[in-house]
Design a protein around this ligand. Sequence first.
Ligand SMILES: Nc1nc2c(c(=O)[nH]1)N[C@H]1C(S)=C(S)[C@@H](COP(=O)(O)O)O[C@H]1N2
Ligand SMILES: [Mo]
Length: 320
Amino acid sequence: MLIKIRRPWELKESSVTPEPHFRQRRKLLQAAAAAGVGAAMPAIARVAPPKQGRRLSNVRDSEWGRELEPTDFDDITSYNNFLELGAGKRAPARNADKLRTRPWSIRVNGACEKPGQIDIEDILRKIPQEERIYRFRCVEAWGMIVPWDGFSLGTLLKRFEPTSKARYVAFETLYDPEHLPGQRRNILDWPYREGLRMDEAMHPLTMLVTGVYGMELPAQNGAPLRLIVPWKYGFKSIKSIVGIYFVEKEPATTWAALQPEEYGFYANVNPEVDHPRWSQKYERRIGEGLFARKHKTLKFNGYAEEVAHLYKGMDLRKFY
Ligand SMILES: Nc1nc2c(c(=O)[nH]1)N[C@H]1C(S)=C(S)[C@@H](COP(=O)(O)O)O[C@H]1N2
Ligand SMILES: [Mo]
């Protein structure tokens, strides 16, 4: 059954006067939708709206986002990598209802003064959520522009008072083979794990994401809480996080453990360092089609000004 729904982002293309500026246009359209006008072309949803989908309250604009034209909501939520929900880009959206996102809490411990647990409802209610338009770049040479909602990871980490022994932060995804079909297969050492150096984790661009396009995050994108590190390849952006640990040594990460020659701990987007099996110089933008002109990949995914200093003196060919 096709369900006819109308959402602000779907009205984007029906805008009569093109505005140069995405945010302005979106505000206009939201106002139009609220007033019951501008519903020129109600769209048919290609993906079922997220089961637990609801609009996030009090999302504000962020100084950290970029003025970029975002990829369509449908593309962001139907072309995914999330091995717990199956292999292949379309499987995660298809299996989205297998991920139970409530109740959900995240334990934070290790080298810190105040180890503890935080519930996702507290994160949503008590931490102000910002919307940031970020570039997203997968190691497989495709990219998107995504309006993520969330907040800087550092604001959460500080509450747990990391000690001087906390030199890295490790992250862990939910382990629930009973419900997650991918975890019933032995394709990797579950659960999915990731890690950041402390200075990377505390950088304000590094984001814990709770939503996209002002909606609570769909399961296939890593509900209810996932990481986004905009200057790194997508695989660093671990989904459906249940554990955050302050550690002294560089933690093991899923992809580096699987294929150490292909995936490193740092995984900074870098057109000068190719993946052993393909070039990283260009990228395809999802939603533009297979035959559209490719985009030149930018060093640190376009965030060099903000983050290049973190890697001063490091050989990025060695620390890939
Ligand atoms: N738990 C978990 N997190 C994950 C993955 C995964 O399979 N499991 N895939 C990673 C990869 S390879 C990419 S490219 C991004 C995809 O994020 P998106 O589907 O929101 O675009 O999620 C990353 N986070
Ligand atoms: Mo990826």
